[in-house]
Design a protein around this ligand. Structure first.
Ligand code: HEC
Length: 176
């Protein structure tokens, strides 16, 4: 019990053991001359800081100007596509896709009517022209896309054919 008590007391005593001299005015300014020197130092520091900040702002302004110049240098369809499409996708998303002109036109139509993108007819044309020229479908994928684009509008024909075939078989069976 006693041991416990001393164990508890010792650190408490230790806490009170700080030399009041530690709080002394070691860093206080003692003479007018020193005060002036410190003030001058403080001013130089402030000036250097302001100069650094000015330099940083200049670099940032130059970066923004370069960015704007690069943007202005882009052809109109690229700027149009980026400003219309990168609100939802990163540009990589659609530049990784490949479609023919009809395919890109359909993508734009879907973006407009399905996903609610505000596009005028001229913008749709400009964007689809640009994307089809820059990111065209090639090889087997292009053939498949063209085939699908051909086959889908002929859907009524396929349905009619299927109906004909079924009916002729059914009719034959009835006659037997
Ligand atoms: C309002 C947000 C929004 C904007 C703006 C937008 N999209 Fe999309 N996009 C979507 C969503 C959501 C999907 C996924 C659902 C879908 O496929 O419809 C998608 C899917 C796609 C796909 C993949 C589907 C496919 O058919 O290959 C492509 C490519 C695409 N978008 C291209 C574009 C292009 C090009 C533009 C600019 C004209 C655009 N998007 C603008 C929302 C948007």
């Amino acid at each position: 019990m006693l041991l416990c008590l001393t164990g508890w007391l010792a650190p408490q005593l230790g806490l009170a053991d700080i030399d009041p001299a530690e709080y002394g005015l070691k860093s206080s300014v003692r003479s007018e001359k020193e005060r002036q020197r410190l003030q001058a130092e403080f001013h130089t520091d402030k000036k250097r800081e302001a100069e650094l900040q000015r330099q940083e702002e200049e670099i940032e302004a130059r970066r923004l100007a370069a960015e704007k110049a690069a943007w202005d240098a882009l052809p109109y369809p690229v700027r149009l596509t980026k400003s219309r499409c990168t609100t939802c996708h990163i540009a990589d998303y659609y530049t990784r896709q490949r479609h023919n002109r009809i395919g890109w036109g359909l993508v734009n139509l879907r973006m407009q009517y399905w996903n609610g993108v505000a596009l005028t007819a001229e913008e749709r044309v400009a964007i689809a022209d640009y994307l089809a020229e820059s990111y065209p479908a090639a090889g087997a994928a292009a053939m498949l896309e063209a085939l699908l684009q051909l086959a889908v509008p002929l859907l009524p024909l396929w349905l009619w054919l299927a109906w004909k075939i079924t009916r002729s078989r059914f009719g034959k069976r009835l006659n037997e």
